[in-house]
Write a protein that binds this ligand. Structure first.
Ligand SMILES: Cc1cc2nc3c(=O)[nH]c(=O)nc-3n(C[C@H](O)[C@H](O)[C@H](O)COP(=O)(O)OP(=O)(O)OC[C@H]3O[C@@H](n4cnc5c(N)ncnc54)[C@H](O)[C@@H]3O)c2cc1C
Ligand code: SF4
Length: 491
């Protein structure tokens, strides 16, 4: 489907179906798990503006607001504490409370290029750091952000950021995930000519072919890309830099080049039986499911969970998205194994405020597993031992596992005709591009400024979050703008 056709689909239609809000007031309202597993519409319901205003009124407008640290700060484990893009949360809360939605939007747009993405998929580290949350339920910041950006789109306030004059400088951005898009948006608004080159057939990076449709409706992404095109940004898709064009040539033809190619190499698991059929990586599985929804292309046989017992290895977000996808495809059973111990129900001393609480929660996919099969699909403290075949053919038929906490026990076999590996990512998958630009694959967080080559997003920080990628793209744009200001023009 052409991007323009996709953009014509109403991004709000995804939430216009029957809505049953099961979540507490202030949290992002969600459709009932037992309803939503039957479709690929977004799992969220639209926030009720009245409730959003009440929620905004709970904000204490703290003098030192930990939800929006200037410059950001990190929890002990390196994860974000507070909003990584320093959204001016108490300020837009005041406006939302007063029903001054346009002012709220303008304040939000100052720091966040894509609130419609973060208001859907951000894990909201801001809420973990909310001071109200020390003694009570934190302010539902994400649902307020969602209400503001929904109102802004409905009211036509979100316009292309077309610059008044052009600088004549040309910038190439390789990779169109949130890091590349945020940098493109900022650099174009500053007047530079920006071209985004993308290997895939559709711009958006993991916003399109990683994060599943029920978490992020693809029409929402297409709507933003269309606005960016209208603002003067060029997108070249199906262009694998390093193969289709030489990266060094690209860099030579531009005043600056930003590499924002993500960290898309999935980590493998070399256990006995790894050569059996039916053991797949998470990314091709999720991508095929999205392609089927978007383009109506049939699912390849090996990437369909229908009727199969599915074991997903890895307890992170990617594993959760595989659970939700397998349930929708009609898996016979879905089990998610993770070595991690079951988290406590309250914050422990190991995860103090204002960092993430690291408590036991049901993500959307776990709630769906519970609704479908009567129990949380996760098994904590479990180690995979071997992939097993029943001996008749070369297909996997079971996963041998062992409980490792609280004490190691005997092994057991989980039936599995499909095993999905969702155990993280090891780094970028564009070695030729890195080689041609003379970038090392390790420790490349700093730009190679002399030659005008910069890095942003998962490609330099490792697998992270959409909001961190946006923060990185904005940072890289500032670096590039600064770099260009110190250089004479080519012509
Ligand atoms: C399954 C899954 C679910 C996730 N869910 C969430 C979530 O709910 N919330 C959240 O905050 N984060 C989530 N994340 C993480 C988030 O998607 C990433 O951190 C973010 O997309 C990184 O952005 P990026 O721009 O650095 O890279 P990416 O989004 O990975 O984009 C990189 C782009 O570069 C392109 N590219 C690579 N090499 C080349 C080349 N040589 N030439 C041209 N183009 C190239 C790729 O095709 C890709 O489109 C999820 C990740 C996964 C895998
Ligand atoms: S982008 Fe994420 S962290 Fe920042 S305010 Fe929105 S939900 Fe909170």
């Amino acid at each position: 489907m052409a991007l323009t056709d996709l953009a014509k689909r109403n991004p709000r239609s995804a939430t216009a179906t029957a809505v049953e809000t099961a979540e507490p007031v202030g949290a992002m309202p969600m459709r009932s798990p037992s309803l939503r597993i039957n479709d690929y519409y977004e799992v969220y319901a639209s926030p009720d503006p009245q409730r959003v205003q009440e929620e905004a009124a709970r904000c204490m407008n703290c003098g030192a607001a930990f939800c929006m640290p200037e410059g950001g700060y990190r929890a002990n484990d390196g994860s974000a504490a507070g909003c990584p893009i320093s959204n001016r949360i108490p300020e837009w809360n005041r406006f939302a409370e007063a029903g001054r939605w346009r002012d709220a939007y303008e304040r939000l747009a100052l720091t966040n290029n894509f609130p419609e993405f973060t208001a859907r998929v951000c894990p909201a580290p801001c809420q973990d750091s909310c001071i109200v949350g020390i003694h009570d339920r934190p302010v539902g910041i994400k649902s307020i952000e969602r209400a503001i950006i929904d109102r802004a789109f409905e009211s036509g306030w979100v316009r292309p950021r077309t610059p008044q004059r052009r600088t004549g400088r040309r910038i190439a951005i390789v990779g169109s995930g949130p890091a590349g898009l945020a940098a493109a948006d900022e650099l174009n608004a500053a007047g530079h000519h920006v071209t985004v080159l993308e290997r895939s057939d559709t711009p958006g990076g993991l916003l399109i072919y990683g994060i599943p449709t029920m978490k992020l409706n693809k029409a929402v992404v297409a709507r933003r890309i269309a606005l960016m095109e209208q603002s003067g940004i060029s997108f070249e898709t199906s262009c694998d830099v390093g193969h289709d064009i030489a990266a060094a040539d690209l860099a030579a033809k531009h005043d600056a080049t930003l590499v924002a190619v993500g960290a898309l190499t999935g980590r493998d698991l070399y256990l006995p039986g790894r050569n059996l059929n039916g053991i797949i990586m998470a990314m091709p599985y999720l991508e095929a499911a999205t392609r089927r929804n978007l383009h109506r292309t049939p699912l390849p046989e090996g990437l369909d969970a229908a009727g199969r017992d599915v074991v997903i290895i890895g307890g992170g977000d990617t594993g959760a998205d595989c659970i939700a996808t397998a349930i929708r495809q009609g898996a016979a059973s879905v089990t998610n194994i993770t070595r991690r111990v079951r988290p406590p129900s309250c914050r422990s001393d190991a995860s103090p405020w204002p960092g993430p609480p690291a408590t036991y929660t049901l993500d959307y996919a776990h709630a769906e597993g519970l609704a479908q099969h009567g129990e949380d699909p996760r098994r904590f403290g479990v180690s995979p031992i071997a992939f097993v075949s029943d001996g008749e053919d070369s297909n996997v038929s079971a996963m041998q596992i062992k409980n490792i906490t609280p004490v190691a026990t005997h092994t057991e076999l989980l039936p599995a005709q499909l095993v999905i590996l969702a155990i993280g990512f090891t780094g970028h998958d564009a070695p030729k591009l890195f080689e041609q630009l003379g970038l090392s694959s390790e420790g490349h967080s700093l730009a190679n400024c002399n030659r005008g080559v910069f890095l942003a997003g998962d490609a330099c920080r490792g697998p992270s979050l959409v909001v961190e990628a946006i923060a990185d793209g904005r940072r890289a744009a500032r670096q590039i703008d600064h770099h260009l200001a110190s250089r004479p023009r080519r012509d």
